[in-house]
Write a protein of this length. Structure first.
Length: 377
């Protein structure tokens, strides 16, 4: 009996010591850092409404979480991060801007987002121009099409600016289900002309709670994921398959898997459906940090245990430009000017989105291309 009591006391002592140590580490991380320094910052949960085509909750108001990001978030009555604008044009020249979190203005004030800056620059040339800013976090080209079809067209835009983020827009493409018995694609009739917005991201309640509230969890887990052997093991087990990093580099490979090739085909089909709605389509290519910064690329390749000779940072951009050339669509590739820019950095240090300098440069490039190509008069 005395032996059992001794074992119990020792176990209790170990438990208390472990909890105390973890508590101290958590306190130190909260004092000297922030969870946002270790993970991609999360949006306020109430900002989303997955029953709307934009996935944003109309009339929501809040802020980005405290980290290297900053900014007030205000969603208008139509589910857009934009000022209120009526559907009726009233003599205005309208541009509809479609895209993901880059277009939304992730991590910056609304006035600092590149579409807002672009709008002001264009208004200096013609004050009747306005941009409908229809960007939303976590969406891809198929949802851009849905927004154009169900919401954007109501504004009767004169020009549609589709912003493609190389980093995950192709990865996010949803492929039609395939019947393995005869390898035929099963497409429901209503899905031929209407694409349903992406579903709400899934995650276990425990994991979501830990991510939001326990800084030590994010600190440890994200560093374990950066070890190639552990990353590969998790991917083999189909755990954390959406880890940040792998798909960002996969899109830069010279040779794609059959699944990626199918995603590219579906992405171009989606753009073609957009062109059927509007003749005046312009595509903007938003590059990743790894395309712009060789040091970032080298670090990512090392973490993923990828070979540099298998990568071509211009490959995805060239595919999009070839499609645009074949279909007589103006394509604005931000990559060359971003690589040449002396105003570095253009992205946040940890979060992979544009910082304020990146937004300024993007707006300047797009403005010059629209003017030089007589898209705006």
């Amino acid at each position: 009996m005395n032996v059992l009591k001794k074992i119990f006391k020792n176990l209790l002592l170990i438990f208390i010591s472990t909890v105390f140590t973890l508590l101290i580490l958590e306190i130190l991380l909260r004092i000297f850092g922030h969870q946002g320094q270790y993970t991609v910052s999360q949006y306020p949960e109430k900002m989303f409404n997955y029953s709307t085509v934009t996935r944003l909750n109309p009339n929501f108001e809040g802020n980005f979480p405290k980290s290297e990001l900053k900014g007030h978030i205000k969603i208008n009555s139509k589910g857009l991060r934009d000022v209120e604008k009526p559907y009726k044009k009233n003599g205005k020249i309208r541009i509809l801007g479609l895209g993901d979190s880059f277009v939304f203005g992730h991590g910056v004030e609304f006035e600092e987002s590149f579409l807002t800056i672009l709008e002001k620059k264009l208004q200096n040339k013609n004050d009747s121009i306005e941009i409908i800013k229809a960007g939303a976090p976590g969406i891809g080209p198929q949802t851009y099409y849905s927004i154009l079809q169900e919401e954007g067209i109501k504004y009767n835009p004169d020009l549609v600016l589709v912003n493609i983020f190389v980093g995950n827009d192709i990865y996010d493409i949803r492929l039609p289900a395939v019947n393995n018995s005869n390898d035929t694609v099963k497409t429901q009739p209503e899905q031929k002309n209407k694409i349903v917005p992406q579903e709400k991201p899934k995650g276990t309640p425990v994991k979501n709670f830990l991510r939001k509230n326990v800084h030590l969890y994010s600190f440890v887990v994200d560093r374990l994921k950066s070890i190639p052997s552990i990353r590969h093991k998790l991917q083999e087990m189909n755990i954390a398959s959406g880890m940040i990093g792998s798909y960002i580099i996969d899109i830069l490979k010279k040779d794609y898997s059959d699944e990626y090739k199918a995603k590219w085909d579906e992405m171009f089909n989606t753009l073609s459906r957009m062109k059927e709605i509007t003749d005046n389509l312009v595509i903007v290519i938003i590059p990743t940090r790894e395309q712009v910064d060789p040091v970032r690329l080298e670090k990512a390749l090392k973490q993923l245990d990828y070979k540099k000779e298998d990568i071509d940072i211009y490959h995805p951009n060239n595919l999009i430009k070839d499609y645009c050339k074949e279909n007589n669509i103006l394509c604005i590739d931000l990559l060359p000017k971003f690589q040449q820019s002396t105003q570095q950095p253009l992205y946040f240090e940890i979060d992979p989105h544009f910082n304020t300098e990146g937004h300024k440069l993007a707006a300047e490039i797009i403005y010059n291309e629209l003017i030089n190509n007589n898209k705006i008069k």
